[in-house]
Design a protein around this ligand. Structure first.
Ligand SMILES: [Fe+2]
Length: 190
């Protein structure tokens, strides 16, 4: 039975591990050309993710997304996006996330960046994909002036190399009151 680090009645976020080596991926993410190739999340009208940048590493095939954008999170099978060739260091980190989660299936994989002074506005992630998969996050760049917050008052301030599981079925948001980017690799597993 695959384990979850979140108890059903417990906090919606839990630290799993510290000190994962993310330096190689962090270096590959300095290439500006790998960011924001797919802007659906960050540029939609009234999106909570307006100030953030992202990289779609793995998700529903892009032609299927384009064919019906409003339902892009309905049931589907994820595939790798071409960007993975430019950031190969993401693969061993994804493998480690699958292993620590004792997961059998890999869904979408996303890298998000919230710049200094930026934020992700309060929201709930809805649809088949967020509801079907568990979310394992690896902090590629993080410090204690950045926070992942939930409506019930729970928050986590992950440092670079921290790994955690979270639920996005309740209202959550992200703040970055530091002078550095906040970069997160989110691996969806089941
Ligand atoms: Fe979210």
């Amino acid at each position: 039975m695959p384990r979850s680090f979140l108890r059903p009645d417990g906090p919606p976020i839990a630290l799993i591990a510290k000190g994962w080596d993310v330096t190689e991926l962090a270096g590959q993410l300095h290439n500006p050309g790998v960011w924001n190739r797919h802007k659906l999340r960050t540029q939609a009208y009234q999106t909570p993710h307006k100030s953030s940048s992202d990289i779609w590493v793995r998700f529903r095939p892009w032609d299927e997304v384009l064919a019906d954008q409003a339902h892009c999170c309905d049931e589907h099978v994820s595939e790798w996006y071409p960007v993975v060739r430019d950031i190969p260091a993401v693969i061993p980190l994804i493998d480690q996330a699958v292993e620590i989660a004792e997961a059998e299936t890999l869904g979408g994989v996303l890298i998000t960046k919230v710049p200094p002074g930026g934020h992700i506005a309060p929201h709930v992630d809805r649809g088949w994909h967020p509801e079907h998969y568990r979310k394992i996050a690896i902090q590629i760049a993080g410090n204690n002036k950045q926070a992942f917050c939930f409506e019930n008052g729970t928050e986590l301030r992950p440092e670079t190399g921290d790994v955690y599981e979270f639920r996005n079925q309740q209202i959550h948001w992200v703040t970055n009151d530091s002078r550095e980017d906040r970069v997160t690799l989110i691996v969806c597993v089941r």
